[in-house]
Design a protein around this ligand. Structure first.
Ligand SMILES: Cc1cc2nc3c(=O)[nH]c(=O)nc-3n(C[C@H](O)[C@H](O)[C@H](O)COP(=O)(O)OP(=O)(O)OC[C@H]3O[C@@H](n4cnc5c(N)ncnc54)[C@H](O)[C@@H]3O)c2cc1C
Length: 292
């Protein structure tokens, strides 16, 4: 349970952190909340020779809404997302996601940047970012670029971040009026990783027709899964029990879950159907102002 020896750095600027990363390359790792990295080091599944602790870099934990986006700094803790009045009012799906991650001790330390950069298919934020059409801001010594969430999760525990980049922020487009979303998770016990998780975000017009639908799934494939078929199916349709039922069926068909201690493949696939129905129903209630 004791990690191997490493050298520790605590830079005070992004530039300093990136310079260290360039210097030590693949032998170095950023340390954010440490809630995934430290357990992996204790199990000796990760053995970085250099740890670059980015917790002392000011400004990386800012939450602000401007120019049609919510910008979330990479070092924003789950507890801050859970308690933010702005997030709760305008992006309740993000609040729903943060509050089902681990337990309060984990959420006090774990960061959204670490959750996305770690790219565990069982992590909860990636599906939500897919449903919200978010962008990831990746910063290197030569400048910053944005990566659509749909292109960020490239493989099992693998992202589109280059070896010399830091995830510095997440940008979420501010949803139009009459939008709503939620994240629904099935877990064996409180605080556990998802058996299955579903993120749903919808926008409707005055006649109740769906103008945009976003659907992301957790832990049913090697990467978080965006359900393009269900999103396209819902677009332009009235959101009601029947269209939601059909979209949920498409989500279940898109899922590729592996059997494990959490259940058989067929069970998980059916849970995708059940949870997608619940998530879309709750998203619709929020979009039509029937639920906060
Ligand atoms: C008991 C327990 C229960 C948990 N339950 C859940 C759960 O239900 N759902 C869930 O989603 N997660 C869960 N987690 C994981 C937790 O949310 C992690 O904290 C999160 O995945 C990583 O965030 P972190 O800030 O702790 O990152 P760290 O552990 O510090 O880093 C994780 C990885 O990301 C890299 N990294 C970190 N920040 C950056 C950055 N800004 N740029 C580039 N790379 C970076 C690190 O180098 C490392 O490889 C749980 C963890 C524990 C210990």
């Amino acid at each position: 349970m004791i990690p191997p020896k490493f050298e520790y750095f605590a830079p005070s600027t992004v530039h300093e952190a990136l310079t260290l990363l360039r210097q030590y390359g693949s032998e170095a790792k950023f340390l954010s909340g440490g809630q995934s990295l430290i357990p992996l080091m204790k199990l000796r599944l990760a053995t970085p020779a250099y740890l670059i602790d980015i917790n002392r870099i000011p400004g990386l934990d800012q939450l602000q809404e401007s120019n049609g986006f919510l910008s979330i700094g990479a070092l924003t803790r789950e507890a801050d997302l859970e308690q933010s009045a702005l997030v709760r009012a305008n992006y309740p799906i993000v609040c729903d996601t943060a509050r089902v991650i681990g337990d309060p001790l984990v959420r006090n330390l774990a960061t959204i940047g670490g959750n996305l950069a770690h790219a565990d298919p069982a992590n909860d934020h990636p599906a939500t970012m897919l449903a919200l059409q978010a962008e990831i801001v990746a910063t290197g010594l030569d400048g910053a670029r944005t990566i659509p969430a749909t292109e960020f999760f490239t493989d099992f525990f693998t992202t589109a971040l280059r070896p010399d980049e830091m995830l510095t922020a997440i940008r979420i487009p501010t949803p139009p009026a009459s939008s709503g979303g939620t994240y629904v998770k099935l877990e064996r016990k409180v605080g556990d990783f998802a058996v299955v998780g579903v993120a749903a975000q919808v926008s409707i017009d005055a006649a109740g027709i769906c103008t945009r639908a976003g659907l992301g799934l957790t832990n049913v494939a090697p990467t978080p899964l965006k359900v393009h078929a269900a999103e396209a199916f819902l677009q332009g349709k009235r959101l009601d029990q029947d269209s939601i039922r059909q979209a949920a069926q498409l989500a279940a068909e898109a899922a590729r879950p592996e059997a494990d201690l959490r259940g058989s493949s067929a069970y998980k696939r059916d849970m995708v159907r059940v949870l997608t129905t619940r998530a879309l129903t709750r998203a619709l209630e929020r979009a039509s102002g029937q639920r906060t």
